[in-house]
Design a protein around this ligand. Structure first.
Ligand code: IPE
Ligand code: IPE
Ligand code: MG
Length: 253
């Protein structure tokens, strides 16, 4: 249940279209409780559920969750194995809910390198939710923004070489069509939990004008009301996109 007082503070006409979250702090949450790290990740799944429910209820159109960075795959084998297992369980459990709530699942990142069982589960859930349109849930899995940019450059060069794209047509908008996020709006709001104030190789290109929100709350403690707080702060910000206050104001009208 969301806090009614917080809900009332939200201007439903000015919701962020796309919210991205760096879900950090699972390990520290577990450590504080003298539990193995994987228990922190397990507890974090409840926060994921809560975010999907809250974002969907509000009418946020796209929610991207950074679940696994490319660098995270170099963590101890046990932890990586545990994360894969949790992901698999999550996908199996989530399918019905995503269908019921008209949510589409997409991924960004190199999913081909994940375990066959996870790949299979992802394929199934993506296929079965492909026609859903109320919200898109994007899981960033084995994702690294620098690798994504290099891959985009490579694909673009290939297209120029084979005549599919003219060099003079290379610009920001044609470039972004080669990124994993080609069919998504750029994030309006980025949230990072656990007190760290860095972007850790997440959506580097796409975040040029994203509003950043940092909170000390550890991911497993982050709930729907915390998302409302982040959105309230976002709505109090003045986005100018490099323009003067007056210009930006007239753009909004
Ligand atoms: C974030 O929590 C989840 C993943 C990176 C998979 P961490 O596991 O990074 O938690 P801390 O930062 O060690 O507390
Ligand atoms: C970022 O968190 C990746 C995810 C939340 C999936 P990390 O915990 O891996 O980031 P660093 O190592 O603190 O920068
Ligand atoms: Mg971390």
């Amino acid at each position: 249940m969301l806090d009614e007082k917080l809900l009332k503070k939200i201007d439903m006409q000015r919701l962020p279209v796309h919210v991205a979250i760096i879900m950090d702090g699972n390990g520290r949450w577990a450590k504080k409780r003298h539990l193995p790290r994987i228990e922190g990740h397990r507890a974090g799944v409840k926060s994921v559920d809560d975010m999907v429910t809250t974002a969907r209820k509000l009418g946020v159109k796209a929610l991207t969750l950074y679940a696994l960075s490319t660098e995270n795959l170099s963590r101890p084998k046990d932890e990586v194995r545990g994360l894969m297992k949790l992901l698999q369980e999550y996908l199996i459990k989530e399918l019905l809910r995503l269908c019921r709530e008209n949510i589409r699942l997409e991924t960004i990142g190199e999913v081909e390198q994940l375990t066959p069982v996870v790949r299979e589960a992802l394929k199934k859930v993506k296929e079965e939710t492909a026609g859903n349109s109320a919200m898109v849930l994007i899981l960033a899995l084995n994702y690294g923004a620098r690798a994504e940019i290099v891959e985009a450059v490579t694909k673009m060069v290939r297209q120029v070489q084979n005549g599919g794209l003219r060099e003079e047509d290379i610009d920001e908008s044609s470039f972004s069509r080669f990124l994993h996020t080609s069919n998504l709006p750029e994030p309006d709001l980025l949230i990072r939990t656990s007190g760290e104030k860095r972007v850790s190789n997440f959506l580097l290109w796409q975040m040029a004008y994203t509003e950043l929100y940092f909170t000390d709350t550890l991911w497993p403690d982050f709930r729907g009301d915390d998302l409302l707080r982040a959105i309230i702060e976002f709505q109090g910000r003045d986005r100018r996109f490099g323009l003067t206050e007056e210009q930006a104001f007239s753009l909004k009208r």
